[in-house]
Design a protein around this ligand. Structure first.
Ligand code: F6R
Length: 606
């Protein structure tokens, strides 16, 4: 989704801003722009529709020389994709970039009838509102604070004015804003990846806070302009992690680096000698762990599917546990009730998803403990949770989530393993899971390498189809849902995921020779039943691809068989092949796999 960068210091603001915007490209956007202030206090604005490369062309013709500026990548919400709607917006003495949505912008616009508006955006209205409060004797900080008090909605903003050179004002409510503190320079970003390589010290602004940034640092205030203490934190990660490292796409890199990502997820958390798992982050006492009998798992999209798969595992491990897995955008508005013995797991790669965050707050209001299963360190969800676990998958740049899914499932599984210890879980089963987890990174690497070419070949064969159905039973069911989501996101092929047992209850009506079906078949007690659905599809002309860890006879058009000592966790292994399949089909169709159309990496608006 939209991205913000800002700079004040000694370097060329244009260079720092463009570099920062490139780092934020992965979030998805449709236009971009920067505004800078030169040493004669004259402001310069450049915006363009399309990729940063387009903006760079504009700047090549008319370079900006200042050392202070703000920049933005826009993912359209209010108003179409046009240069006029792109940020920064300039109204009167104000230059502004904004992430989020100003809900009462129409109301405010009516009251600002002395302004002429050049765009259809809510952001331009906010710029005018700040300008209207920027009277003689008021500082820019006062004007921003005053304006924000009249705003309903969400925002992360960065503002400057030629009237106050050397200062950028930032504020946040529901949309992240991070201030990087360098030597003689201060950077601003909505995502820490834009700060890597410049500084490791940063202030994460909280909701309802505003900061005055100069080259010497930042001072933080409440909206009522009370001075607040702010403790700088350390940013994790390095520049290499956010580069392609020789791969053609970030997506392929992220699929292929799942073994090392998982290694980090598992590090220090499993012990094969004792056969036990332990997570420190949830910070729960033995008594608190014993009390848990109900877990609600909340997420969106892939994070939701990770929760669904983990719920199967947790219920196997913990004999007296009930799990409920919910879609955040639905749950936040339901009149839900949680038993006293509940905890909530809030699952999010970015840690910024608006619906997931809203659920976290609703659940907290009801007095239930919320634990984060989050990838991005220092993100809003991680900060607002009572505790939790970072999945440590490393930066996920490609819009479609891959390695985060694997890491999320494993992190929740370890939580289940730990819980099982306090609930009379079968020690043999816990040890079996622990053992499989310990070899999972190695097995993922092997599966991805051994079957890479086979998947590539299959992808070529099916890339022209328009429809696909993904089917699975038991722990392969969440995998079917995730496989279908991955395919539709990046290949734009219509794909649906179903529980195999549901086939006869409707979807079988669709099957003809225009469809291909991906069956994930596990070598377990449901093997014969899973194959039942397969025969029905083949009898109706559907083309079938089988992903399996079984050596038993299966009739299909294409089969990929993996051989691995990993059995309970085989769905995770097979899912990595689904990721590859979606990737190669999308490449074959000539799509932009890292930034698929209409999608954003982190969905910070509802
Ligand atoms: C799918 C995908 C999305 C995200 C969803 C939640 O590939 O990327 O479905 O999983 O938007 O995002 P996070 O995990 O950041 O809350």
């Amino acid at each position: 989704m939209c991205g913000i960068v800002g700079y004040v210091g000694k370097k060329s603001a244009q260079d720092v801003l463009i570099n920062g915007l490139r780092r934020l490209e992965y979030r998805g956007y449709d236009s971009a722009g920067i505004a800078t202030l030169d040493d004669d206090n004259e402001a310069h604005l450049a915006r363009s529709v399309g990729k940063i490369a387009e903006l760079s062309k504009v700047l090549a013709k008319d370079p900006q020389t200042g050392h202070l500026g703000i920049g933005h990548t826009r993912w359209a919400t209010h108003g179409g994709v046009t240069e006029a709607n792109a940020h920064p917006h300039h109204v009167g003495r104000i230059y502004l970039v904004h992430n989020g949505i100003i809900e009462n912008y129409k109301e405010l616009k009516e009251k600002l009838s002395n302004y002429e508006f050049a765009s259809d955006t809510d952001t331009e209205v906010l710029a005018a509102l700040i300008d209207s409060n920027y009277n003689d004797g008021t500082s820019l900080k006062d004007a921003v604070a005053k304006a924000l008090k009249r705003v309903r909605g969400t925002y992360g903003i960065a503002v400057f004015s030629p009237n106050e050179p050397g200062t950028v004002i930032v504020a946040r409510l529901g949309s992240p804003l991070i201030i990087g503190l360098g030597k003689g320079e201060t950077l601003i970003a909505s995502d820490a990846s834009a700060l890597l390589g410049y500084t490791r010290e940063a202030i994460y602004l909280n909701d309802g806070e505003l900061a005055v940034c100069t080259k010497d640092g930042a001072e933080v205030f409440s909206l009522s302009l009370r001075h607040l203490d702010s403790k700088p934190e350390t940013i994790e990660g390095d520049v290499e992690q956010i580069q392609k490292g020789g791969y053609k796409h970030f997506l392929l890199k992220e699929i292929m680096e799942q073994a090392s990502a998982l290694h980090n997820t598992l590090s220090g958390r499993i012990d094969t000698e004792t056969g036990k798992m332990h997570l420190g982050g949830p910070n729960l006492t033995a008594k608190e762990l014993q009390k848990i009998h109900h877990i609600v798992i909340v997420g969106c999209g892939t994070a939701y599917y990770a929760g669904l798969l983990a719920s199967y595992y947790m219920e196997q491990l913990v004999p007296d546990l009930t799990t409920e897995v919910v879609i955040a955008s639905e749950y936040r508005y339901r009149s839900f009730h949680l038993p006293k013995d509940s905890v909530a797991l809030i699952v999010s790669q970015s840690g910024e998803t608006a619906d997931t965050l809203a659920c976290l707050r609703e659940i907290k209001k009801r007095g239930t403990k919320v634990l984060g299963i989050v990838n991005v360190v220092g993100s809003t969800i991680a900060r607002e949770c009572d505790g939790g676990t970072y999945v440590h998958a490393g930066p996920e740049i490609s819009v479609a989530s891959t390695k985060a899914f694997t890491a999320q499932v494993v992190a929740m599984l370890m939580f289940g393993g730990m819980l099982a210890e306090y609930h009379g879980g079968d020690p043999k089963l816990i040890a079996e899971y622990t053992q499989e987890l310990s070899i999972l990174p190695r097995e993922i690497e092997k599966v991805l390498n051994d079957h890479h070419d086979a998947i590539k070949k299959i992808a070529k064969k099916y890339a022209k189809y328009d429809d696909a159905l993904y089917l699975g039973r038991d722990t392969a069911y969440p995998i079917a849902l995730e496989g279908a989501l991955k395919l539709k996101e990046i290949s734009y092929i219509h794909a649906e995921g179903y529980a195999s047992g549901e086939l006869k209850h409707g979807p079988i009506a669709l099957i003809d020779d225009h469809f291909f079906e991906v069956f994930t078949i596990l070598d377990n007690w449901l093997f014969d039943k899973s194959c039942g659905g397969l025969h029905e599809v083949r009898a109706r002309g559907g083309k079938t691809i089988i992903l399996t860890n079984s050596e038993r006879d299966i009739e299909a058009d294409d089969i990929v068989r993996i051989k691995s000592p990993v059995k309970l966790l085989a769905p995770i292994l097979l899912n990595t092949l689904q990721q590859l399949l979606a990737y190669y089909i999308a490449v074959e169709r000539g799509n932009d796999v890292d930034q698929p159309r209409n999608l954003a990496k982190s969905v910070t608006v509802e």
